[in-house]
Design a protein around this ligand. Structure first.
Ligand code: NAP
Length: 332
């Protein structure tokens, strides 16, 4: 009877809860990740946005932060948390985290590289195929009953075309491998030419754009790459060229992209990321030569599971005094 009402169990539960470290969650995280966090931490879910007074009350106890790739973790938020030891990002991109501010305080930052590489590369090729072969439009053609009126309009061949990768890192290389399987000629740009890489290197995105039919963007976001793809690059890509962005919205000058599409200065675009997510300009949503996806690069059950294991594993390792699994290079 006592057990059923939980009276005896309560003090024990309270004690075990109090021995857990406090974690501030700064993103709407995947529910299984939240479940894992609740098992090991005292979780404060997004109170920095919803209840600043509550944050102020628990701030001295917060030892960990759980973020997503899209989270904003500015210097001011880090400064509010004097006991913060680790920021675990559920995602490979961490451009929203002020890593310099974390480093100054000896706070570790971790992310989830590699486990999402295949998914993002798959989606990049999916967008190349979708925008060139007009797969969403063809689907609508059938659904809306136009097929009996005649065949759908012809599209652009992908196999054998030229594909340029902006950012030949983990995901960029996986995109290049997939493109090769389609018989595409691959070229790339990055900050540095890769020693021993067989793909032709172009020193700038504009030079690469001028040499390819499909330009796929997969750099990190942040100040270094802001508006890397601008009017000059889009003009170089040309009226037969397609842009695919699976990196971050900030890497492409979105206003310049809309203008280039409207003026027919490029042929089309496949976009998974946007400047001000989840807002997507009406101009883009209205265009027939654009394929839009809502930032789903890593959004499969299998990959989200692996990302959750890694993001949670980094927190576990830290609090067990073990080496971190995947620290970001700047705090490794
Ligand atoms: P990575 O291995 O670090 O590769 C990044 C590449 O970008 C490197 O080749 C790097 O060049 C290049 N780069 C960096 N700054 C550049 C610049 N200013 N100009 C030209 N190239 C530059 O990272 P990754 O694992 O492939 O991930 C890349 C990014 O993909 C992430 O940071 C994230 O923003 C994005 N992403 C998106 C999704 C999605 O859902 N759409 C999912 C996961 C990741 P160097 O090799 O010369 O240094």
């Amino acid at each position: 009877m006592v057990q059923r009402h939980g009276v005896r169990a309560f003090p024990e539960r309270l004690e075990s809860e109090l021995s857990k470290p406090d974690v501030l969650v700064v993103a709407k995280l995947w529910p299984p990740m939240m479940e894992a966090l609740h098992g090991a931490f005292l979780v404060h879910d997004r109170i920095h946005q919803t209840d600043p007074a509550a944050l102020a009350a628990v701030a001295p106890r917060i030892r960990a932060m759980a973020a997503s790739g899209e989270s904003k973790v500015p210097r001011e938020l880090i400064a509010q948390l004097p006991a913060l030891e680790i920021i675990s990002v559920f995602g490979v991109g961490y451009d929203g985290v002020d890593v310099a501010a974390a480093r100054e305080r000896g706070i570790h930052v971790t992310h989830t590289p590699d486990v999402l590489t295949d998914d993002v590369a798959d989606l990049a090729l999916g967008l190349v195929l979708a925008v060139a072969r007009r797969i969403p439009q063809a689907d609508q053609y059938v659904r809306q009953g136009h097929w009996p009126e005649g065949p759908a309009p012809l599209a652009r061949k992908v196999s054998g075309a030229r594909l340029g990768v902006v950012g030949l890192g983990r995901i960029g290389q996986a995109i290049a491998q997939r493109a090769e399987a389609f018989g595409m000629a691959v070229a790339y740009t990055a900050r540095h030419e890769k020693v021993g890489c067989a793909y032709p290197y172009h020193p700038t995105p504009a030079a690469l754009a001028a040499a390819v039919d499909f330009l796929v963007v997969i750099t990190p976001g942040g100040a270094q790459t802001r508006k890397l793809i601008d009017t000059e690059v889009l003009t170089a890509l040309g009226p037969q060229g397609f842009l695919v962005n699976v990196a971050r919205g900030s890497v492409v000058d979105q206003a310049a992209l809309v203008e280039a599409l409207q003026a027919g200065r490029i042929a089309g675009a496949g976009l998974d990321v946007f400047e001000d997510e989840p807002d997507v300009p009406l101009a883009l949503r209205a265009m027939d030569n654009v394929v839009l996806t809502p930032h789903i690069g890593s959004a499969t059950w299998q990959t989200r599971r692996a990302m959750a294991d890694l993001a949670f594993g980094n927190l576990q390792a830290h609090f067990a005094g073990q080496p971190l699994l995947t620290p970001v290079p700047q705090t490794a």
